[in-house]
Write a protein that binds this ligand. Structure first.
Ligand code: PEP
Length: 257
């Protein structure tokens, strides 16, 4: 379901486990100053210990900040976990849930991802729900089945109205950090499938839903990807760690003012 409605593009950085107080300061300062030149929505998802720094540098700017995960629990004896309300204390707008690294290294199942999604929404955070197939799954011809299963888990647990307060990121696992980007046509196909799945439950929510593409996005391929009708921006890993690269992608999303 390709749509003609124009949605604001969002470019969100995922720093993963990178950074230091000193290097972050230069990066955050350059990003917030450079982003002023572009239309669109921008965000960085930083490691937990740096949320206070992100808040201090980015508050009042057009760059929002968020976390890369969130606990499915509200509070309690969950050593090492961070709750959604704690993220709220640091002014987060976003929380990534279901990143493939969480799913594969930390055992986040579809059910856990759905619970994290709901926990984030409950306190007013915008979850960025990641879905995507592995290379084996793509080669086995089950990309649609995998992505729809991942969407179904959240739709069943949280309901379609919840998707109206969320962002989805299609991240083919084989493209994350590998330098292998999905072609614009491959990405568009899956984005259209995701939108069609949401539309089955609610057309208006589907029309408004921002669906980001993630997987080796660079300033050199971003414009063509973001030019696809169902691609509403990007979730950016490696390239979000270099201000010039990230801003190049922001430019592709927002255009020069
Ligand atoms: C990611 O970490 O979500 C990601 C898309 O990484 P990269 O841009 O490095 O492929």
């Amino acid at each position: 379901m390709a749509t003609t409605m124009s949605r604001i593009k969002l470019v969100a950085g995922n720093w993963k486990m990178h950074g230091s107080l000193a290097s972050n300061l230069a990066l955050l300062t350059a990003v917030t100053s450079g982003a002023k030149a572009f239309d669109g929505q921008f965000a960085v998802c930083v490691p937990y210990p740096y949320l206070a720094q992100a808040q201090a540098v980015l508050a009042g700017s057009k760059v929002a900040w968020g976390a890369q995960d969130v606990s499915e629990h509200a509070l309690g004896a969950y050593t090492g976990e961070v709750s959604a309300s704690m993220l709220n204390d640091f002014g987060c707008r976003y929380a990534i849930v279901g990143h493939s690294e969480r799913r594969s290294f930390y055992g986040d199942t579809d059910a856990v991802v759905a619970a994290k999604f709901s926990a984030a929404l409950k306190v007013g955070l915008t979850p960025i729900l990641c879905v995507g197939e592995t290379l084996d799954e793509r080669e086995a011809g089950i990309t649609t089945a995998v992505v729809v299963r991942q969407m179904d888990a959240v739709l069943a647990a949280a309901g379609v109205a919840a998707l109206g307060q969320a962002v989805v990121a299609y991240e083919p696992v084989w493209a994350i950090g590998t330098g292998k980007t999905a072609t614009p046509a491959q990405a568009q196909d899956v984005h259209a499938i995701i939108r069609a799945r949401v539309a089955r439950d609610d057309k208006a929510v589907a029309e408004r839903l921002q669906i980001l593409y993630g997987g080796s996005v660079k300033s050199t391929n971003a414009r063509e990807l973001f030019g696809q009708p169902d691609i509403d921006g990007g979730l950016i890993g490696g390239a979000s760690l270099v201000a010039e690269d990230f801003l190049g992608i922001c430019a592709a999303a927002g255009g020069q003012r």
